[in-house]
Design a protein around this ligand. Structure first.
Ligand SMILES: NC(=O)c1ccc[n+]([C@@H]2O[C@H](COP(=O)([O-])OP(=O)(O)OC[C@H]3O[C@@H](n4cnc5c(N)ncnc54)[C@H](OP(=O)(O)O)[C@@H]3O)[C@@H](O)[C@H]2O)c1
Length: 246
């Protein structure tokens, strides 16, 4: 795995208007990135990003035309960050619609962006792709069962991309975050890491060439356990769910 430098890179970030995407966009700038295509469904929400290195773009990751239009020819560092998560059980009446939406945004979006940008990355020397997944994509967190499944699909895609794009010199990083203090985790009553700290830890992981990036204390603990025993991680989650239900 090749480490990638942030300084001078030309990055594209999806969902750059808030949360981890916004923090990544700002962290990239402070680490000396050459240019950032900061993208969002509503580019008005990016207007306060005033540095001349920002290029603001409209990009809904479920819109094929917008993805083609955003596939800028000079990009060499892609952050698949945009995501949605729905709380709820698998017997809820709305679960199918929500699960489909999660797959559209969290899996098909990154897949389509990869399909579109892989030739660009090849032309630009290989570059790198960073998929913002979740610890819940490695061990299902049943508070968000269908979200976890969509992140498991993203993890699987990340593994495939690492091999398939490796031959063109593209580095592929998977990020497996724990709870981060953003709108997405508002209902989660547990300690959370700031998006800023997570963003810098992700950039550190890229520069260190870590294929699996665990960017916060919860994720780091989880990662150590998962790497020694995936089954033990599953048992630990089951015990946590049982104790909360008791
Ligand atoms: N927060 C956590 O605890 C946590 C933990 C692990 C992993 N993650 C992952 O980190 C990533 C960022 O999440 P976050 O915590 O920053 O959540 P967030 O604050 O809810 O932000 C989600 C971002 O995704 C964008 N988005 C949603 N649907 C989109 C679409 N169809 N096209 C383009 N952008 C879209 C949102 O844009 P709008 O403003 O237009 O909705 C927003 O910018 C996600 O992939 C998430 O799964 C988060």
């Amino acid at each position: 795995m090749n480490a990638r430098k942030i300084k001078g890179a030309v990055a594209l970030v999806t969902g750059a208007n808030r949360g981890i995407g916004r923090a990544l966009t700002e962290a990239l700038l402070s680490r000396g990135v050459g240019k950032v295509y900061a993208t969002a469904r509503n580019p008005e929400a990016l207007r306060d990003l005033r540095d001349e290195r920002f290029v603001l773009l409209r990009l809904d990751v479920t819109d094929a035309d917008q993805i083609s239009a955003a596939a800028a020819s000079d990009v060499d560092l892609v952050f698949n960050n945009a995501g949605v998560a729905f709380m709820g059980g698998i017997a809820d009446s709305i679960v199918i619609g929500q699960a489909r939406r999660e797959m559209e945004v969290n899996y098909f979006g990154p897949l389509q962006l990869l399909q579109c940008l892989a030739p660009t990355l090849a032309r630009n020397g290989g570059g790198a792709v960073v998929n913002i997944g979740s610890a819940a994509g490695l061990t299902n967190l049943p508070f968000v069962p269908t979200y976890s499944a969509s992140k498991a699909a993203l993890h699987s895609l990340t593994q495939a991309a690492r091999i398939l794009l490796g031959s063109q010199g593209t580095s592929v990083f998977g990020v497996y975050a724990g709870p981060v203090d953003t709108d997405m985790s508002r209902e989660l009553a547990m300690p959370k890491t700031s998006p800023r700290d997570v963003a810098f830890a992700i950039l550190d992981g890229i520069e260190a060439g870590q294929e699996y990036i665990f960017p916060d204390p919860f994720a780091a603990d989880f990662g150590r356990q998962f790497e020694s025993s995936p089954k033990a991680s599953e048992r630990q989650v089951a015990a946590m769910v049982a104790s909360l239900a008791a």
